[in-house]
Design a protein. Sequence first.
Length: 372
Amino acid sequence: MNTDAKLQELRACWLRYLDAYLSQRNLEAISELVGPGIHGVGTALDELAFSREASLQLFQRDIAQAANPIAYTIRKEHLSIPSATVGLVVCELDLTTEMLGQQLKLNHMRMSLVFVRTRDDWLLEHIHVSFPAELHGPDESYPYKELEERAAILQREVTERTARLQHALAQKDILMRELHHRVKNNLSLVSSLIGLSDLNSADDVADIRHRIKAIGLVHDKLFQLGTADQVPLREYLQDLLQTVFGSLATRPIEIQNQAAEIELPSHLAIPLGLLVNELATNAIKYGFTDESPAWFLVQLEPAGPGEIRAGQDIRNAVLRVTNSGPPFPDGVSLETAESMGLRLVQAMAEQLGGQLELTRKPRPLFTVTFPA
């Protein structure tokens, strides 16, 4: 048999393989065309076979994953017979098929095949399949071998994003319930503050406005941070004091904020803020009477070993609030105080679970002790 006849036989065997593998997707027909030592390389990361059994398993998996017929067009082909029993085929194909209801077009699939001549025919003994790494036309899909890998990656991403969205939705529900509860409680608190006030002058109205502002700042912090109910105490008190002194003080006042770097739930942050707000307002009205540098100090630190605890109330902490003003008047005591401000300070200390004490000299010092 001359070389041309052998090439025709080789080409016919190669085309039978393409039909069985691509057009028919027929594993039985493929198995009749491959030799006992068939091995090869596919386009997926795990498509590397060194035996007939492993090769047929890859063919079987490939057909199961994409069972629809694959139409092919031969772009280029080169056949050669370097020896009497060895035939080589190198080709480039364009493929079209349907997968998951979508029409797929895959161009430039390259195949390198080695056939071995037997007594009756050529058998495929080696195959290497690849696609260009970067060459994808605007009308074609990714290689179908990559589709399942990409689909798995997308599925993981969808699952992860779904979990994040479900968590965010649950957090939103918690926030909405907490907001409803908090607004209801704070409206009741505002109503009580107004009821306790005389509101006979512009100063009384301004005091109420600042008390309500102290409540509003808690909500501002919660909104800015996106947390359900945890307020950074030092940051909150800094904003509160800057607001009070910025609107009421007629001279510079140094804020000495030494509050612990802790977070408090709003049901504790609000009364603590109201307490500090009242003492700051009181200092502006009565404390800074001379021309010496004015300062206002708020300090919250552990009262004993261990950390400050915050639950239903504050535990293991001591709050100190003082300023650079003159001694507290002897004629005014916490027990007999008639001013709305001092009564509110006592009420807030009690609500927080603390014991309020007043040191009059050398300068006013309010101490709230929270037992362990």
